[in-house]
Design a protein. Sequence first.
Length: 142
Amino acid sequence: MNSSPETQPNYRRFLIPTLLLSIGGWGGLALITNYTLPTVWPRWAFFALIVIALTGSALPFTFFINRTFSPGLRPGTVLREALWVGVYGATLMWLQFGRILNFSLGLWLLVGILVIEYLVRWRDNPKDGPPPALPTDPNVPA
């Protein structure tokens, strides 16, 4: 299922983004929550920093899951799935601030994100490749 160890990508290319996103996101959240009032712009910054912090924290886990279970590891897939974690966490936080979050709503949002990710991965499957092009000139044989 997995390819040989020498062709298996390592985590080195994700180390710097993980550190920058995690330290910047969690540090920014600490500054926002401790030194600002909850007005409009600090709230928007709070949600942006939640996405950044959760994305940086999820990068190692999405890398490990994709390296373990996916034969063709693509860096864009790892980053996209980590970004889904950040967006999901920020959405849950936003719904909780409005006092409308419950278990079933959070579960349905998770199912929706998983379906979208499944469809995107299905479309990006390298085994399928692009469909054959249709000939534009009827006189040219295919």
